[in-house]
Design a protein around this ligand. Structure first.
Ligand code: URA
Length: 307
């Protein structure tokens, strides 16, 4: 990353817009530029003899390389293969498509990711008229495991429904309701509050069928009026506003990775697989403001505001 890239308001993504710096650069700068290590750590890697240029170990810190021509390996791995994982959460607003492209020309989540130069993909969908937490990442293995119904990663929705559910209706949602594609699995439902003739509920499901929450509520006679996803696995939307995104903190990404690893292990009855870990973003980056305020205020502030 260039010094320019560290300035407030500059591209907050962990990679430069191109893949590698253009022209001749110092080796440690090139390594740091991929996000693999900080500049200082890159120097330590070089000094330790862990870096090869065109098949030869290089230990001299001032070594200049041309990323367009020279082949650089760190610990035997080609540098360009070591792109960092990127994880970000977006609060998808209503009336936005949750894919990266829309053949009909509607606004997509991609339109909200200005300045993100790494190609990230949405982990799952939210309906056009739904809002809330979307995870986007280039970590394909993690995304697949999060979406696989077998691993039961929980997703929590805050919903406004027509009318007020009886305890029996809540129980049947929790035990499973019959939809045209079969019974739903166990769910958790929590009453939040009544608003005139309608009510807010929180529902946690561990599947991801199309329009599942809306269909479940329809099945017990209380159509959904509003739907907001507030949690996915260990991630919490917090007070991220509709249309805003932020990168996950290291701690959030590590916790999520661990949770998914454990879910996979518990289903496969084998030791937890270890997802590949790569540097998440360059060191020296300021933590986004939203992340700080999210931790301070806790996860229910947005719920209370809306209810
Ligand atoms: N369930 C739904 O019905 N819609 C969504 O957008 C997400 C879950």
């Amino acid at each position: 990353m260039t010094d320019e890239g560290r300035k407030k308001g500059a591209d907050p993504s962990p990679l430069p817009s191109g893949d590698l710096p253009k022209g001749v650069v110092r080796l440690q700068k090139l390594i740091a530029g991929t996000g693999l290590a900080s500049r200082r750590k890159a120097e330590a890697l070089i000094a330790a003899g862990r870096v090869m240029v065109n098949g030869k170990t290089v230990t001299e810190l001032g070594t200049k390389v041309d990323p367009g021509r020279d082949h650089v390996k760190v610990d035997g791995k080609h540098l360009s293969a070591a792109q960092p994982f990127v994880y970000l959460m977006l609060n998808k607003p209503k009336n936005v498509v949750s894919t990266l492209d829309d053949p009909g020309g509607r606004t997509t989540v991609k339109d909200y990711l200005r300045g993100v130069s790494v190609r990230v993909f949405p982990v799952g969908r939210l309906d056009f008229d739904s809002e809330g937490l979307m995870l986007l990442t280039n970590h394909g293995e993690l995304a697949q495991a999060m979406l696989h119904p077998r691993y039961h990663v929980p997703k929590t929705y805050l919903i406004k429904v027509k009318g007020v559910l009886t305890d029996d209706e809540i129980r049947s949602l929790e035990q499973g309701v019959r939809l045209e594609d079969g019974m739903t699995g166990a769910a958790q439902v929590r009453k939040i509050r009544k608003v005139e003739a309608n009510s807010w509920l929180e529902i946690t499901i561990r599947e991801g069928r199309k329009h599942q929450v809306k269909r479940m509520l329809e099945a017990v006679g209380h159509p959904v009026i509003k739907l907001l996803r507030i949690r996915m696995g260990s991630l919490t939307l917090g007070d991220l506003q509709p249309g805003e995104f932020r990168f996950l903190t290291d701690r959030e990404a590590n916790t999520l990775r661990r949770l998914v690893e454990e879910r996979v292990a518990s289903v496969e009855e084998s030791p937890a697989p270890k997802f590949e870990r790569r540097p998440q973003r360059r060191e020296g980056w300021a933590r986004p403001k939203e992340a700080k305020s999210q931790r301070r205020r806790g996860s229910w502030s947005s719920t209370r505001k809306r209810a």
